[in-house]
Design a protein around this ligand. Structure first.
Ligand code: HEM
Length: 400
């Protein structure tokens, strides 16, 4: 069994799209990831994805970004603005969790600070579960802890959410409420289709936990990195200060550029289910592991120019080149939340009023339009509990 590392965009696209290459990234994280959509293959994956695609459509994303998210963002950021400071790693996870909870279908009926803190605690445990392969410490103890937390999460958040949604489905079935009154979330979609694509309670629990972490963790890590990259950019390009603190398109481009250079998951991985020859001549043998090195793929000079290694939020690209590289994947497992997270590319037909910016750019805009700056007396620190390059702490100040 060999490990084959893919470093070019063409090979990467071919690997992502190959039907005989199966997800390999979450083998160690099966406590949360065992049968969630990103880990399913073939027909099982197709069925689940088809259901969830019904929710993840552009009209839903517009509704989220325009109608549902602004008040959540305001409520989350207000206490920090009042305080004049924030620690971005925590803030980003709280904010993105609040948004991901809406998408996943995790209600917080009490609406209290304590309830949100408990959900946040569950989320951090699920993140540890999904990334158990990179955990530094006793993996078995951690796994048992995560299993317990999943059950507790089910009891506190999932059970009442299921009861509430099943009740709504009954009312809808009796014609007592219109379809628009059904929540637009993953849990509702899965419950509504239990007769066609049944799921055990454990599977449902893992899927919702996965949506919570898929939506929150990727977006939160991206948020801190974008802010950091903009701060660094401004040190060398002070003329762009005006844009950084006023121009929403600049901030969206900075987000896309960050996601290209620092993909939330720096690699994708697949197991070969049969012998495969890629068009470039690479030979893959059944049982081999194929690893896409996204950091290298996304720095391809043919696509991004001679300075492809550098962060440049003013980068101009030829049409057809995605500004985020392949950081959202491609093919059957392509990120279902891509447009929700990063929005659409602003082009000559777009106007700011009708543009979908994406929740990470909107969060970055919220910070910069409120004068976010590095805290000179509290430099950022890296997270030393994982081998992945995450910030552990990133203090910032707000002000004019
Ligand atoms: C910056 C933000 C994000 C990044 C960089 C990102 C990245 C990715 C990548 C690379 C994959 C493909 C994994 C693979 O092929 O092995 C993926 C899949 C997925 N993402 Fe995202 N994601 C982001 C945000 C989101 C959000 C906001 C959601 C949900 C609301 C989400 C939900 C999913 C789901 C459900 C899948 C699995 C799709 C499938 O297997 O069919 N992601 N994401």
């Amino acid at each position: 069994m060999a490990e084959i590392v893919i470093t070019t965009p063409d090979d990467a696209r071919e690997v992502y799209r190959h039907k005989q290459l199966r997800q390999a990234l979450y083998d160690a994280g099966e406590v949360v990831m065992e049968d969630v959509v990103v880990n399913l293959h073939g027909d099982e994956h197709r069925q689940r994805r088809r259901l969830e695609n019904r929710l993840f459509r552009r009209d839903t994303f517009y509704e989220y970004e325009r109608d549902m998210f602004p008040s959540i963002i305001q409520e989350t950021v207000d206490p920090y603005l009042k305080d004049g400071k924030a620690e971005l790693v925590d803030f980003g996870h709280q904010l993105m969790m609040n948004l991901a909870a809406v998408t996943a279908g995790v209600d917080r009926p009490l609406g209290t600070y304590e309830e949100t803190s408990r959900l946040y605690d569950y989320l951090t445990t699920f993140i540890e579960g999904a990334t158990l392969g990179h955990y530094i410490g006793d993996v078995e103890t951690k796994r048992a802890e995560i299993e317990k937390k999943l059950e507790a999460f089910d009891k506190e958040f999932l059970e009442p959410g299921i009861a509430y949604r099943n009740e709504l489905l009954k009312k809808f079935g009796r014609g007592e409420i219109p379809e628009e009154d059904l929540p637009r979330d993953v849990l509702q979609v899965l419950l509504r289709n239990q007769d066609k694509v049944p799921m055990t309670r454990e599977s449902l629990r893992r899927e919702i936990a996965f949506y919570l972490l898929a939506g929150a963790h990727t977006s939160a890590t991206a948020l801190t990195r974008v802010v950091h990259n903009i701060f660094k950019w401004l040190e060398d390009h002070p003329d762009d200060e005006e844009k950084a603190y006023n121009d929403k398109i600049f901030l969206q481009k900075a987000t896309h550029e960050t996601i290209r250079l620092q993909p939330s998951s720096p690699t994708a991985a697949r197991w070969a289910l049969e012998d495969i020859g890629l068009r470039s001549g690479i030979e893959i043998i059944k049982g081999d592991k194929v690893v896409i090195d996204l950091e290298t793929v996304n720095r391809d000079k043919n696509s991004y120019g001679e300075d492809a290694e550098e962060f440049n939020p003013n980068r101009e690209l030829e049409s057809g080149i995605t500004p985020w590289g392949l950081s959202f994947g491609q093919g059957m497992h392509a990120c279902i939340g891509q447009d929700l997270a990063a929005g659409l590319v602003f082009d000559t037909n777009s106007t700011e009023d009708d543009h979908l910016f994406g929740l990470v750019p909107v969060a970055v805009q919220t910070l910069f339009l409120n004068g976010c700056k590095p805290d000179p007396s509290n430099p950022p620190e890296m997270d030393d509990s994982t081998t992945r390059p995450y910030f552990g702490k990133y203090p910032v100040l707000f002000g004019s």
